[in-house]
Design a protein around this ligand. Sequence first.
Ligand code: IMP
Length: 189
Amino acid sequence: MGTLMTNQTLIENYQKRIKRIVITEEEIKEAIKKVGAEIAKSYTGRPLLLVSVLKGAFVFMADLSRAINAPCEIAFMCAKSYFSGTSSSGEVNIIMDIDRDIKDLDVIIVEDIVDTGRTLKRICEILKERKPHSLRVVSLLDKPDRRVVDFNPDISLFTIPDFFVIGYGLDCAEQYRNLPYIAEYNQEV
Ligand code: IMP
């Protein structure tokens, strides 16, 4: 009985933190369909590689890649950022690198959210040194109010104000990635 109560409290606390749905499953689906078609239309016949930055972009990558009706390869990388305070200088360590050479490929980085912009700015610098034919960034979400470096994605599906969001791959302390929609996280509970 005690364990049951504890489980119920856990679930209640989990649900209380989902403040409100910001972007519905349907809205995400529609936007991905449109962007996937745009990417396929701009396909030049060159080898195309989609690179996703783990973990947050794993759901977006799965759906976007299936909306692109053109030949492409998929690769994953994992990065950890070390930044102190509001300083825009910092370090991004590649914890897991992509498993192929990207020279002469058209590369599209598939990202969950651009916040301060620091992580993707560094990742783009790192990948550009490897001489891809082209490098573009598609981000599901963009929070331009939070930007501290000069970086913008080439395509963003949704622009949101400065609040913390969860779901559709995005987490808070590794939870909520499996929500099918984007929600605002309730920090007051
Ligand atoms: P940036 O270097 O500040 O742009 O950080 C980007 C990373 O921070 C994203 O890839 C996310 O993993 C994380 N992040 C930024 N904002 C949010 C948010 O609102 N919810 C969940 N994760 C976030």
